[in-house]
Design a protein around this ligand. Structure first.
Ligand SMILES: Nc1ncnc2c1ncn2[C@@H]1O[C@H](COP(=O)(O)OP(=O)(O)OP(=O)(O)O)[C@@H](O)[C@H]1O
Ligand SMILES: [Mg+2]
Length: 211
């Protein structure tokens, strides 16, 4: 099913399931984001976006360059503010939340796959996957989970390699494993296949659908 976000015209959302039931993990109501508000340079990056995502749903956001996709994802990822409107993450409204609570929500609910991957060059794939847990202390069970994720991602024999020794698609799969290490109910991925050829991109999407 394909639905346009009417007000913006440019951003489209493709949902993987029908919306007959309601077990909302994300709800966005009339979300606006303006940069340089009330100046001649004002940019309306998001113009009244509305949509809902059910638990377990896989959705794709499409739109031309500059249509606001990254802006939307960074707001959803609790990493950037909005101008107005409401964002509910697992029932909690986040737009007025203090920074400390936002970080906690981000840690518990959200995994983020960045467009530029952001792996640390000096450490192994396995340690990169464990990175988000570093501030909390890494337990044996965490290590086992990281190894299991890398196995599912088809990287069993690459986990002790450093990023420089991996292909683009392998690096992106490591980044996906890292986003999943907290077992978050929400995984946000900003153009995870953007820098990959179509076959490798397909494999990355397949991994995201599988996990
Ligand atoms: N920090 C910022 N300051 C000012 N304007 C910004 C900022 N971030 C984004 N914009 C503007 O907001 C609009 C939406 O940008 P955004 O990065 O969300 O687009 P996008 O859909 O992700 O594009 P792309 O496909 O190229 O990644 C653009 O016009 C952009 O120039
Ligand atoms: Mg973008």
């Amino acid at each position: 099913m394909m639905t346009s976000i009417e007000e913006t015209k440019t951003v489209e959302i493709e949902t993987g399931m029908n919306q007959d039931f309601d077990d909302l993990i994300i709800e966005i109501k009339d979300l606006w984001r303006k940069f340089f508000e009330d100046t001649p340079a004002e940019v309306e990056a998001l113009k009244g976006v509305n949509f809902k995502v059910n638990r377990g749903e896989f959705i794709t956001i499409m739109g031309p360059s500059g249509s606001g996709k990254s802006t939307l994802l960074t707001i959803l990822g609790c990493m950037a503010p909005s101008t107005s409107g409401q964002v509910f993450i697992d029932g909690t409204e986040i737009t007025q939340m203090p920074q400390r609570k936002l970080s906690e929500l981000r840690k518990n609910k959200i995994g983020f796959v960045f467009q530029d991957i952001f792996l640390i060059d000096k450490i192994s794939a396995l340690d990169n996957v464990l990175l988000p847990l570093l501030p909390y202390g890494i337990k044996k069970a965490d290590r086992e989970r990281a190894i299991e994720l890398l196995r599912i991602a088809g990287l069993e024999d690459r986990m002790h390699h450093k990023p420089a020794e991996l292909s683009g698609g392998q690096k992106q799969r490591v980044a996906i494993c890292r986003a999943l290490i907290n077992d978050p109910p929400i995984v946000l991925a900003d153009e995870p296949t953007g820098n990959l050829d179509s076959q490798t991109g397909g494999e990355v999407l397949e991994l995201l659908r599988k996990v």
